[in-house]
Design a protein around this ligand. Sequence first.
Ligand code: FES
Ligand code: MG
Length: 571
Amino acid sequence: MPDDKKNRSQDWYGPVNKDGFIHRSSMKALGLPDHVFDGRPVIGICNTWSEFNPCNSGLRTLAEGVKRGVWEAGGLPVEFPVSSLGEDQVRPTTMLFRNLLAMDVEEAIRAHPMDGVVLMGGCDKTTPGQLMGAASVDLPTIVVSAGPSLSGRYRGKTLGSGTDVWRLSEDVRAGTMSVKDFMAAEADINRSIGVCNTMGTASTMASLIETMGLSLPMNASLPAVDARRMALAHLSGIRIVEMVKEDMTLSSILTRNSFENAILANAALGGSSNAVVHLLALAKRVGVPLDLSDFDLGAEVPLLVDCMPSGKYLMEEFCYAGGVPAVLNSIREMLRDAPTIQGRSIRDTAAEAECYNDDVIRRLDNPVLAAAGIRGLKGNLAPNGAIIKPCAATENLLQHEGPALVFSSIEDLRARINDPDLPVTADSVLVLQGCGPQGYPGMAEVGNLPIPARLVKAGIRDMVRISDARMSGTAFGTVVLHVSPESSVGGPLALVQTGDLIRLDTQAGRLDLLVDEAELEARRADWTAPTNLAERGYVRLYQDHVLQADQGADLDFLVGSSGATVTRESH
Ligand code: FES
Ligand code: MG
């Protein structure tokens, strides 16, 4: 960029007139002197800090590290809040509000005088929500994540966020753990601020961000409370000022190759199934062609990271073993050439990385599992697609045929799942309807249905389960998710009845309802759409405009970008 190029913020802070007076004068209330409005890069620090979101609560102090770096590099840092989404606090599900956060972020960036943005997020939806919004403005953008919490420790054993909640609560249902012992684990699983310490959705998304070159190396895995994260924030502050000078926009980093690398890395990481909807939505914001079938790129990639929920270690061990760069080093032959915010190819980062513990981050010739990637499924039960995460499933259930046991809603499921007389065997296929984007609403993480009580007591811990819902990135099981179209808009999932045979063929990428077309046609004619639309407000807007899971579940009118230009003044 030529030195005489005017920064965007100078449209606000440059003019020697009434408008410039108003913009500068109000900022001087912060104690800023004259000379910081001299045309230097203004860096917006977009912060999702909240006490209702303990995963992200460290971002309040971490932002100070970013500011030090911005000042040092000659920029002006200005921190601003956007809404926050704490996965474990928000009802009915944070996914209902991911797109709202994206709108908040997009409009906040566009409306304010900034030249570059630092996105500070962590908990599951905050990372994709921030990125989607920022992508629709397209300023130079860097991500500084909250980082994982410390490993859980309970009576001498390791506890992983989420994963062990699902596991121990099933032990309680099976009668092998007391409620008292279960409750005692509460304080031991979350030992510090920071995101889930497993390879759940938060650490998956942060790892994919690092893979896509949108953060400095090690951003995903340094523990939230590690002093080196503060140093990384400082360095990111320096780098974003340079990126503004280089005019390095977000869309210049988010290429088709970056998305392909993310898909490959997600397989090697054993990353969250939620990455699928987030990557699809992000791709649509930047106009990169990407669909469900592209995830098959990862199908033959081996699982290299032995972290929960697909393995045994936690994010702390992953960090000390070398983190994302070490994984990229293991898959370097597969990686596409793609730019990073460091101004070099991600392949250069991969080439110079080292692994310090090849039990945690395996070499290609000694994987945890030979083929790990999330598989797209299609068939008459999911005409537009569904997904399954084989590395979190039971191998002999990946090919399965069995009779459906249908639950028409989450309430129906909760009412009957513990019924000792439920007509179910280990071969049954549990089907849950009404939990998709429009139906729940918000496509909640309820797809890993609990195993019926009578089977849990008999020692059964996994069954084939199918729904239009998502599941937590920390969850596991032979679970078919994101069935599209969803049942609430009349997808074939709505037509399944108890006793129908269903065939899951993961190998062939198929999901079929073995009921003849004439019978399905008759059921379709009988079907009436649920009356679940909200009367008013954001939820109604969401229900009227949400795209199906195979399209990323964004709102239809948010696809694409509007750029950074605002021509009209405020006064
Ligand atoms: Fe926030 Fe898992 S609950 S990252
Ligand atoms: Mg989660």
